[in-house]
Structures are given as C-alpha cells and as structure tokens.
Ligand binder design. Structure first.
Ligand SMILES: C[S@@+](CC[C@H](N)C(=O)[O-])C[C@H]1O[C@@H](n2cnc3c(N)ncnc32)[C@H](O)[C@@H]1O
Length: 382
C-alpha cells in the first residue's frame, strides 16, 4: 500500500510526515529518531513525534522565553503533498486536478496516461484514485527524481499502480516495450505493456505533437477522455486543431479560477450618515484652522498657548463613531447599528491558471446489434 492511501493511527520511525508550520509552510520529513526538525521558532526532535497520533500538535518552549512554539504532524495525502512537495517544475494544484479527475470519471478501474510527470503533483492524486497510472517524463534528472520519490512513497514496484517511463512522448510516443527505460518489470514472455488507457492527461508545451501517438495506447472499446493543460490560448487553438484531425469530439475548454469566499457583515450606511460625515469633516477642518491660528499667534507674541481656551468637542456616541471608517471602531455585528450580509473574496488560493481542454473519443464505433436488440427487447417487455 502507498503511504498516501493507507491510513495509520500513530507515527513510527521511518514514516513520511508532513509538518504543518503554517498555512503556507508545510514541510515533508522522514522520521528519524536521531534527527531534529528546525524552524525559526525552535527545534523539534523527531523523537517527540514517534508514537504520537497523526494530527497531533507538538509544542516546545522557545529558547529564552516563556512562550511555546507549535507544529502539527500530519499524515500525507495527495492534497497536502501538492502544497509541500519540492518543486522541480510548475505543478498542477488540487482545484485543477480534482476537477479534471471528476470530469474524466476517474475511478479504480481507470487506466490513465500522464505526460509529463514533472514534480509528480498530479501523479500522486491520480495514483490514489485510478487503477493504473502510466506517467512519462523526458528530462532525465526529473525522471530519476520522480522514480525515487514514487518508490519511497510506495507507488511503483510489483503490485503497485504507477509506472513511470523515461520518454519524449512527442517524438517517440507512448508504447512501453521491453528494453525501454521504465519502472515496469517485464514478465518472461512480455514484450510490450498493454496500456489500454481510458484517461489521458497532457501537461506538455506541445501537446499537439503527442496527440497523434495516443492511438497506440488508448482503449479501443471504451470511451476515452482526454485533458490538455495549457497556459496559453494559442496552445489551446493548436491542440483543438489536432484533436479534430485525429477524431476527438465533444471538445470543451474550461478555466478554473480558485477563490475563497468569506461571509461578512457590512454596516449599512444611510444618506444621513454621509451628510453627518461631511459636516464632521467641515467641523474638524475649522477647528484645525482655528488651532493653527492660535499657535501662530502665541509663537509670534512669544506666549505659551492657552490650552484651556481650546474649545473641546463633547464626546458623544456620534463623535466616537464614524460610519466611513474613521473614529472609534465598531465591532462587526454591533446591535446598535444596521448590518447587511456580504461576501468577501480571498484571492490567494494556490492554483496555476491554465486552460483545460477536454475531448473524448470512441475508437470502435461499430454498432453492437446484439446488445441493441437486447436493450430493445427488454424495454418492450416492460
Ligand atoms: C509542467 S511540468 C508537469 C507538471 C506535473 N503535471 C505536476 O503536476 O507536477 C511538464 C513536464 O513535462 C515534461 N515534458 C515536456 N515535454 C515532454 C515530452 N515531449 N515528453 C515527456 N515529457 C515532457 C517536462 O520535462 C516537465 O517536467
């Protein structure tokens, strides 16, 4: 089982743990009782984590103060891995990968093809959901790094559901034959892997060069779904042209814009408030002018300012509160004021805005007369 799909209660020596320091700072570590995890808030010996339930908060006293520093030790999931993995390339984030897998109907019976592997962000999400993932990467160091990582995470090897192949798919296609540089372990008489993919995901600069090669590895008996992830509309245009040429249909382009909506209350401001605000500005301006004049006079006459002569505005509820944001602050929802419910948008959800081009193909479109007859007969008998 992969550490990403097997649930464990407690942390043990050698586990991959994702340390949550803050929302934007999650770090993967391999638990080693001789090691220490250093943060700018303090050092956490791995030993403190061993035996603790996943999700625990670990606290240490910070050096020279009476304060505590905290981390949370979390079990890896593809979503958290995407937020913490070492970036070797641009990556696909969860708002995109989850939408793509849903649109392509990914399930444990899916056989997916993915190119390129890149930093393996999407590969981890695919690996948890699909029956088998065939991932391709042409950059040698990136291929080796992804292979090492997939092995460490229990995604490749016998009985595991990921195969990674070192390949330029635009030039050499997707077939995996005995002798290729791949993680697939060939059986004695096996010469080629029967890929039979029903899902294809292309995150490549030139997907149009890879699309013609897909014919060799996609399923001929099932509906095949494809998604191309491209940051430029010109790439989408070129991709669509080639998809049409190679018999893909139901083309649709989608862009995911991840936004976080927060529900807030906003004070209702009336026309009277606006008028009162303008009066207040004028009053304060006059007061300021008068004060400045008195200061100049006292400087010229070399006399201290007679502070007690300054007219003070009486402190009332009105002077304390300014409905346009200045003056005393009012707590959101204060029952003395009128409020309306509004939505505030937080723009900082991590996602890499690319265009998602979806297409589908049924290679073998021969009518199965027997099956049709059976359906007709069963509907007639009802
Ligand atoms: C943007 S990254 C993919 C990121 C990946 N989807 C993820 O979520 O981590 C694109 C990768 O495709 C690889 N690549 C580009 N052209 C390729 C080709 N013709 N064949 C195989 N891999 C290719 C690049 O080396 C790069 O690692």
């Amino acid at each position: 089982m992969s550490v990403f799909s097997e649930y464990k209660d407690c942390i043990a020596e050698g586990d991959l743990v994702l340390v949550w320091i803050s929302r934007d700072n999650i770090k993967p570590i391999k638990v080693d009782s001789n090691e220490v995890f250093n943060t700018r808030y303090g050092s956490f010996p791995h030993e403190m984590m061993i035996g603790k339930p996943y999700g625990s908060q670990i606290a240490i006293r910070t050096k020279g103060t009476n304060k505590f520093a905290f981390i949370h030790v979390l079990q890896p999931t593809p979503e958290l891995w995407t937020l913490s993995l070492p970036h070797r390339t641009q990556i696909v984030y969860t708002p995109d990968s989850s939408y793509i897998m849903e649109r392509l109907n990914c399930s444990p019976r899916t056989r997916a093809v993915e190119a390129g592997t890149g930093s393996g962000s999407f590969s981890h999400a695919f690996a948890r959901t699909v029956g088998h993932l065939y991932s391709y990467e042409f950059h040698q160091p990136r291929y080796e790094e992804a292979l090492r990582e997939f092995k460490e995470h229990g995604l490749v090897d016998i009985d595991k559901n990921v195969t990674i192949t070192h390949r330029d798919v635009c030039r050499d296609g997707f077939r995996i034959r005995n002798g290729d540089v791949t993680s697939h372990l060939f059986g004695e008489n096996e010469t080629e892997v029967a890929v039979g993919a029903d899902v294809v995901f292309l995150d490549l600069p030139a997907p149009w060069d890879a699309i013609p090669h897909l014919e060799d590895v996609i399923s001929k008996d099932e509906k095949v779904g494809l998604c191309c992830f491209s940051p430029c509309i010109e790439q989408v245009d070129k991709t669509i042209e080639v998809l049409n040429r190679y018999g893909w249909s139901d083309l649709q382009m989608v862009e995911i814009q991840g936004k976080q909506f927060e529900s807030r209350r906003q004070m209702v401001r009336t026309l009277d408030d606006a008028i009162e605000r303008l009066r207040d500005v004028k009053r304060r301006k006059n007061e300021g002018l008068e004060r400045r004049k008195r200061m100049c006079d006292s400087l010229l006459n070399d006399q201290p300012e007679a502070d007690e002569t300054v007219e003070k505005r009486p402190i009332t509820e009105k002077t304390k509160f300014n409905p346009f944001g200045k003056g005393a602050r009012v707590k959101e929802g204060d029952a003395n004021y009128k409020w309306k419910q509004v939505t505030k948008v937080e723009p900082e959800i991590k996602s890499h805005t690319s265009y998602l081009t979806f297409a589908f193909k049924v290679a073998n479109q021969i009518r199965n007369e027997e099956a049709i007859q059976r359906i007709l007969e069963s509907s007639e008998s009802k």
